[in-house]
Write a protein that binds this ligand. Sequence first.
Ligand code: GLN
Length: 258
Amino acid sequence: MKRIIKISAVILALVMAIGSLCACGNGTSTENPSATEKLVMATNASFPPYEYVDDNGGFAGIDVEIAGLIAEKLGLTLEIQDVDFGSIIGGVQSGKFDIGMAGMTVTDVRLESVNFSTSYAKGIQSIIVPEGSEFKSFDDLSAKADVKIGVQQDTTGDIYITDDLGADHVIQYKTGNDAVQALVTGKVDAVVIDNEPAKSYVASNEGLTILDTAYKEENYAICVAKENTDLLDAINGALAELTADGTIDAIIAKYIAA
Ligand code: GLN
């Protein structure tokens, strides 16, 4: 909110300054005067194809592209900060970040802390197991007395498995990649993670497969501090335009084969 008030004040001051320039006969400036202001996005860039670090060391992915276009529409410069997934919501609440965008699922518990934009994509929680594993379903996993499931800490996969099987059966990792490496080296029996990162990790690690079952279905959205309603409205307006003109579908299709 403070940032938005600050941005509005800057815009007003600059519009007035440009207005006075125009009065002197210089009316050619169409540049958005707020473009030097930043939109700070917190993400966890270990979630392909939504956000990851590409071969050139830059951020790439569906969320990165959508956020870039939203910032452009808002006349802001996008700044991305790569942080632990579990610290995104707290950082947005405290005003350290303007938005959290990280393939983040809308949940009732999270809605108590932050607001969410309209949803721009759907996710499914998938289960990855080693190829030829004895586990063919979630029921098979839950039937094993000492089953261990790897998850990315603080994600919905973590929350659902902890609720369904109990914390003793969950091993939390900092990133989805760390959880998958634990599966590759036999430290866990399965990994529960969103379906698109699951496909990406299975493609880049030999000997893994995704069970043919949708563990949970969810909606992804951008989180914004509760009091930052102007920013939320502006983001929803930008998302509506990007949806109506087919841009969001095109970005998703670029990264995810239909
Ligand atoms: N969709 C999951 C969640 O919101 C995972 C997100 C992620 O790992 N980046 O918890």
